[in-house]
Ligand binder design. Sequence first.
Ligand SMILES: Cc1cc2nc3c(=O)[nH]c(=O)nc-3n(C[C@H](O)[C@H](O)[C@H](O)COP(=O)(O)OP(=O)(O)OC[C@H]3O[C@@H](n4cnc5c(N)ncnc54)[C@H](O)[C@@H]3O)c2cc1C
Length: 505
Amino acid sequence: MLAAFLVSASTLVGVTLIEIPAHASNSDGRRGEDTTLDVIIAGGGIGGLCTALVLLKMGYNVQVYEKTSRFRPFGGPIQIASNAAESIRRIDQGVYERILEEATVIGNRMNGLKDGLSDEWFATFDLDSPARKRGQVSSVVIDRPILQEILLERVGHTVSKGAEVISCETVGERVRVQLSTGDTVEGDLLVGSDGINSRVRDVFDPSRSAPVWSGYTCVAGMAYVVPPDLKEVGYKVWVGSRKYFVSVDVGGGRIQWYAFMNIPPGSQEIDRENILGWLQTSQFAGWSADVKLLLDNSPTEEVEQRDLYDRAPTIQWSNGRICLLGDAAHPMMPNLGQGGGMAIEDALVLGQELTKVSGGNGQLRKLLPRALRNYNSNRVLRAAAVQGLSRVSSAFLFQYQPPLDIQWGFPPKFKNCGPRSLITRACQGFLQHVAFPLQFEFLFSFPGAINPEVFEDGMAGDFGTEQATQTRLNPHRSGPSQFGKPEKDLISGSTPLREWFNQYW
Ligand SMILES: Cc1cc2nc3c(=O)[nH]c(=O)nc-3n(C[C@H](O)[C@H](O)[C@H](O)COP(=O)(O)OP(=O)(O)OC[C@H]3O[C@@H](n4cnc5c(N)ncnc54)[C@H](O)[C@@H]3O)c2cc1C
């Protein structure tokens, strides 16, 4: 049954290979009809597991190869912003409901930036209205291991742990993948969701350019305490010069916090035993009493530190039968809490583009590269914009100085008079009234009405709907009979637009 994947017959060390679902393979070991695909996914993070879920639901044979033997995600709970939650709902209603059962809602409370020293609100943002007007749930936070568990309940049987993807190559119409276990596996499609240091990315960037240091190191911890404003405030960022401190209510009397500091990687030995004291006395001394409260109530053994890297946006994420997804394609700073969300969106769109070409007319494997190109072009601008926004917010936080303060009287009194304080004050109204509202309008605009042609009458991304299946099986989508005919038809108007899309798109 595993013939489709496993090329060498040796036993995988430390790898559990589970049977592929019965509907997805032929009893005689031949490759399946051209309505299904053998998919290899490198990396079992959020992106890889969501992609496995989407592609399993489409009836494909899926195998996920995960480098680690034991999942150990960095940074505790993760925000599932409204756009990401809605994408999950379109992928799988059951998974969506399980996530909401386990998550803590933060989007319906006050969220925003505070000055680290004065503890005064600098700007707030409304996460709830832009989500609600689109029928999306307010942003939530969930523990990463719980999220992982929910996804593994659905796709765990496809995951082989302790199997790192070392290299890959295209051989004819197949992709051949070398694993750290010594085995070689083959499939029709390889999805590289293997994170910021992706090996699959080598196909796109043979120079193996290293990710770029973002300017920050991050210390993450969990406080077991209930701050006085817990009922009113979900997410807070205290900002200071070249550092900021984030706190998020993650439920159960726990507050997840992150301290971001402009300390070059490796330039300072942070003493793990005294890390909390070091944060209090040398980094956040004199800051809001809430910051002290959180640090005082955090166990040292749960504190982690990591230097943060990202990459400039790249435009090519697909090459023949290989594509990148999630952080492998677009790593970003965590400021917007959207890195995982973008990976979930990628999975949805990849499924959507594959659905378009799986027309039951013997063309699926032939059209696969086109589907990946379309996935690439559908996602690249949005992901680049979110990468850019994450960087811009870092840059703003980097230059922050307590804002210029004028106490009117005679004579007026000025506090914080430097040029950066002036810029900070000038940015304040813009952030509150223009940048934040626009940012969340943009972020929550997805999935919107993606692909109305394929999912006509149905919700975009509902892979199981009758409409989606009908469209997929549409016998008229046979492609152009003559070179240039689609363009002529479109320009002359001889074919109605809907028919044109059905036939050629
Ligand atoms: C401090 C911090 C806070 C964050 N907060 C949020 C948030 O609130 N909301 C949000 O949406 N995002 C957040 N993010 C971003 C988010 O964590 C990532 O964007 C997301 O995890 C990316 O998922 P991924 O599956 O693409 O990659 P990863 O999570 O990196 O998963 C890649 C997987 O591939 C495996 N792997 C690596 N190489 C190989 C290989 N060669 N072969 C096989 N397997 C391999 C790894 O072991 C890993 O399991 C945060 C990030 C940080 C650092």
